[in-house]
Design a protein around this ligand. Structure first.
Ligand SMILES: Cc1cc2nc3c(=O)[nH]c(=O)nc-3n(C[C@H](O)[C@H](O)[C@H](O)COP(=O)(O)O)c2cc1C
Length: 210
């Protein structure tokens, strides 16, 4: 496979540095909306990197809320990622929308959100997803012949016509960013980069070389 000669010249858009938001969340909302409008695949997915014993590790999760001050995702609190966060809550997020030639990089700290907010979101999920959250001891080793289906059928029976309460080991984290970088692909690899850094209560903006 010849990877050396595969390349795309990015031409779709640019960052207009003469007209940029003071608040990066407003810019982020504009970009993620554009990703939804353009039918990007899983537009709210991002790569979440955590640290374990000084070693970074990454996986994809889904953004479920954008607050005025942070990015919320949901997971199992006993999973590997959650264990990492509980020891070292410095995380990095990476959103990539290839169809738009856009990337957003976030550095911040992750905090467990209030139980009542997780309860509300859990209650809004389809029943199948709720049962999946109950069944999965995320990141644990399981037997190769472990049978989820029979367990799922038993749970479906148990919770037939009943509401399912959020398992206490499942809920959200909010990532409060200190840095957010917007990257727009440009021709000749001369890409546009706009970095927001949170300093002394406000967002400082700078342009970075590609
Ligand atoms: C598109 C996509 C979306 C995902 N969304 C989530 C999610 O929102 N929450 C989650 O815990 N895992 C999600 N996963 C699974 C994670 O990538 C990962 O496999 C899982 O969380 C276990 O990670 P860990 O062992 O590092 O904790 C998603 C995977 C993909 C590919």
């Amino acid at each position: 496979m010849d990877l050396k000669n595969t390349r795309i010249n990015y031409t779709k858009n640019e960052i207009n540095y003469n007209d940029i938001y003071d608040n990066p969340f407003e810019f982020f909302v504009e970009w993620i909306n554009e990703a939804f409008l353009n039918n990007c695949l899983e537009p709210n997915s991002f790569v979440l990197s955590t640290i374990e014993d000084n070693i970074p590790t990454s996986r994809v999760v889904l953004l479920k809320n954008i607050d005025h001050d942070g990015f919320v995702f949901y997971t199992n609190y006993d999973s590997s990622k959650s264990k990492h966060i509980l020891i070292n809550n410095n995380v990095s997020l990476n959103f990539f929308w290839p169809e738009l030639e856009k990337q957003v990089r976030v550095i911040g700290a992750a905090y467990k959100i209030n139980d009542n907010v997780s309860d509300e979101y859990f209650a809004s999920r389809p029943k199948e997803s709720q049962l999946g959250a109950i069944l999965s001891e995320q990141s644990k080793k399981i037997d190769f012949n472990y049978d989820f289906n029979s367990k799922l059928i038993m749970l479906q029976e148990k919770y037939k016509n009943k509401d399912i309460k959020r398992p206490l080991n499942w809920g959200g984290f909010k990532v409060i960013p200190t840095k957010i970088e917007f990257w727009q692909g440009r021709p000749s690899r001369l890409h546009d980069r706009l970095l927001y850094k949170f300093k002394e209560g406000k967002w400082d903006k700078s342009r970075l070389s590609p």
